[in-house]
Ligand binder design. Structure first.
Ligand code: NAD
Length: 313
């Protein structure tokens, strides 16, 4: 039995699909704060997925969900980086503390392996691009990035002290069907509200690596099968980047709307804590034999199409 925290969420539900396709039984632990039941609807009645509705801040609830589990995929977290500019303890609680509770519940129940959804946000404004896993010292500039780095440290400490195996995946920006947040999702909602104009936060020159959710969970599954180290650390991305300006153009193209005026609010970043340029070195991932199916632009177009049909315009 594999436990997926945040398994009703965007990436989590894709991971549940991939685990079930590999013939594995899955338990989802989710408080449905941003997760949705409909993302798991297709598993109903199959006997492959059981759902535990609970909060990771309740250590009793997560401990009882650990029974009979051989591996934890820890994806639950606050996904909204921007929220940290207004509420300063969300990432500490939903990120770092929640990770502590997962690790402690694993230790008590004797669960030997954890795979963790970390983020390129831990690198902050790195002066080496593309940024390799060996880059340091890492200095996040968002509260979200700090919570991911804190979680990574707890995981390696638990692995070192109690012997669990760990896979830490530092994700690029992940996009795809079922997305419930992020730049493409925001653009589609803005166009839905006003089809004549699209406001872009910042000057549009922000440039990041994007990876499809399908490739992301494919890479996670591949690495779990491939690595034998006590702690495995990988950047998960496509090796290229795409600008926010190009994303806006792609979303407008895919919307089929005519005469949309794309307007920029200015400044080098969307909000305080936003890293204007990220580029992940993914040689370590590719060296294991994993090949993403989509480059950044393809993943963005694929996502724009899927979300336009999910959200409607
Ligand atoms: P998401 O919001 O769709 O998924 C998070 C899930 O966790 C949701 O189902 C939510 O209901 C659940 N959850 C949140 N707090 C919880 C709690 N206290 N107890 C139980 N469940 C809780 O977001 P996502 O984009 O699928 O992100 C999944 C993971 O990947 C997160 O850890 C996120 O930080 C990480 N990540 C995402 C991206 C990205 O681009 N989407 C990039 C880097 C890292």
């Amino acid at each position: 039995m594999h436990l997926v925290t945040g398994g009703a969420g965007f990436i989590g539900s894709h991971l549940v699909d991939a685990l079930v396709s590999a013939g594995l039984k899955v338990r989802v632990f989710d408080n449905f704060s941003s997760g949705r039941e409909e993302f798991l609807e297709h598993h109903k009645g199959t006997g492959m997925v059981d759902i535990h509705r609970g909060d990771l801040l309740d250590i009793g609830a997560i401990s009882s969900a650990m029974k009979g589990v051989e591996m934890v995929h820890h994806l639950a977290a606050n996904p909204d980086i921007r929220l940290g500019t207004e509420v300063t303890d969300t990432d500490l609680k939903q990120g770092t503390l929640a990770t502590y509770n997962v690790l402690e519940a694993m230790r008590k129940e004797g669960v030997p392996a954890i795979s963790f959804a970390s983020s390129s946000a831990i690198y902050g404004e790195a002066d080496q691009m593309p940024t390799p896993e060996t880059y340091g010292p890492v200095m996040p500039i968002s509260l979200y990035g700090a919570s991911k780095l804190g979680s990574e440290a707890l995981i390696t400490a638990w692995a070192g002290t109690f012997g669990a195996n760990a896979w830490i995946h530092r994700f690029a920006n992940i996009v795809g069907p079922r997305g419930t947040h992020g730049v493409i999702f925001d653009f589609i909602h803005k166009l839905k509200a006003d089809p004549s104009r699209l406001e872009v936060l910042g000057n549009g020159m922000q440039e990041k690596s994007y990876m499809s959710a399908e490739d992301c969970v494919g890479a996670m599954m591949h690495l779990i099968g491939y690595c034998e180290l006590n702690v495995s650390l990988y950047n998960l991305g496509t090796g290229d980047t795409c600008s926010v300006r190009r994303i806006a153009e792609i979303v407008v193209e895919e919307s089929g709307l005519e005469g949309v005026s794309i307007e920029y609010t200015g400044g080098d970043r969307g909000w305080a804590g936003d890293v204007p340029k990220t580029s992940l070195e993914v040689g370590r991932l590719l060296g294991t034999g994993f090949e993403p199916n989509m480059a950044s632009e393809e993943a963005i177009r694929h996502t724009a199409r899927a979300l336009i049909s999910e959200i409607g315009l």
